[in-house]
Ligand binder design. Sequence first.
Ligand SMILES: Cc1cc2nc3c(=O)[nH]c(=O)nc-3n(C[C@H](O)[C@H](O)[C@H](O)COP(=O)(O)OP(=O)(O)OC[C@H]3O[C@@H](n4cnc5c(N)ncnc54)[C@H](O)[C@@H]3O)c2cc1C
Ligand code: SF4
Length: 455
Amino acid sequence: MREQDPQVRARNFEEVPYGYTPEEAVEEAKRCLKCKKPSCVQGCPVNIDIPGFVGQIALGNFWEAMKVMKTTNTLPAICGRVCPQESQCEGSCVLAKKMEPVAIGNLERYIADWEAQQNECVMCEMKPRTGKKVAVVGAGPAGLTVASDCAKMGHSVAMFEALHKPGGVLVYGIPEFRLPKAIVEREVNFVRSMGVDLQLNYVVGKLKTLDDLLQEFDAVFVGTGAGKPSFMGIPGENCLGVYSANEYLTRSNLMKAYLFPRYDTPIVRGKRVATIGGGNVAMDSARTALRLGAEKSILIYRRSREEMPARTAEVHHAEQEGIEFNLLTNPVRYIADEKGWVKAVECLRMELGEPDASGRRRPVPVKGSEFQIPVDTVVVAIGNSPNPLIAQTTPGLETAKHGNVVADPKTGRTSKQGVFAGGDIVTGAATVILAMGAGRLAANSIDEYVRTGQW
Ligand SMILES: Cc1cc2nc3c(=O)[nH]c(=O)nc-3n(C[C@H](O)[C@H](O)[C@H](O)COP(=O)(O)OP(=O)(O)OC[C@H]3O[C@@H](n4cnc5c(N)ncnc54)[C@H](O)[C@@H]3O)c2cc1C
Ligand code: SF4
């Protein structure tokens, strides 16, 4: 897919890939073999009918393709952009064994963007009203999937979102150059058009508890994500200029600091910015720093490139844009100047030892290898855990070690009758499509519960 030139895009927030032309989409779709037992569908956590929608694109029937898509996925423009297709549908495509797999993600994105350019929109089939009421807490990918699936099943759905914009990480975390916010808004509006009532600025656990919601609703789904940042606990983390990735990205994306002076949100535009971590959040932070004006954006990651959890395409994009990778390097302390502002990060060189519980080779410090990197801003992107508010205000809701809500992976049922949960709040920080997959399972199980009343 054609993309913006790396030198140019490294200084703007516009989307990196341009998307297919209609001809390119049809040509790519024609490569699909329409396998009888499509392994790509098995590889997709929400089991999109991939040969179905790709086959319609190959025929040039874009409306039909969108109809097929919307039976199983109401967020295709989002999934087409951010899903890790390489390890899911495309990784399972039979063509991947001998050549390039069908570019399923690009086609998904194409068909959703094509629909956005039309004056009409494909609507989903809605079942008759059941009179049952479902509350959804959190308007991220998990909550949006539960809301749209339950609405399709005929239930009345109310969503409660703490922030002033719906979308979860899609609006506050993932930057504009990877996922334009107008696209998220459009797909969220589609979910609303199915009759879902969305209440913004509504913090459940403060305005109402889950028990309050259970008085009003037949079932409650908790999809509150994992938005609490983790720190390493090393000296100097409280220095001025050291951000969590959550704060840095939220200021830039949701609070629109990148659109200064149109939006007057303060953010530090460092000249030498170090980002700590090797996942998608770290790539997004390092690339954002560059776009906010950094002369040098430096990534510091304790393992090697092979163990990086970020998507290959994002690592590649970051490298093209000139992010400096310091691999096998671990920060041990931050050093401040006389005003308390971070001026350097002290690091240790690492080498790889035996595999650990994650299956990746464990980074082991090289003794006496301390060295310093001069910086004026640091972004810590080493992981997130659930916000404890819901657990703290809900007696009887079982949680695990890091505060994750315990839920049955097949049904989303929690320890509390009528309460279901899914997405990052259950699994810890994962992916959009896994959150959507959990939402789909929970919606089916909510449907069964509200109809039968059996727990
Ligand atoms: C910077 C970044 C980049 C990422 N990149 C990718 C990527 O490229 N591909 C990918 O697949 N995944 C990516 N992820 C991970 C992915 O975004 C998450 O796994 C996914 O968003 C989880 O969905 P969710 O619905 O469980 O939670 P969230 O998206 O976190 O949504 C939870 C929502 O609940 C709301 N909420 C929280 N508490 C309350 C409360 N008490 N009351 C009401 N509302 C509440 C929050 O405000 C939020 O809107 C990325 C994550 C980050 C942070
Ligand atoms: S596995 Fe690949 S070739 Fe087969 S149906 Fe799926 S996308 Fe098409």
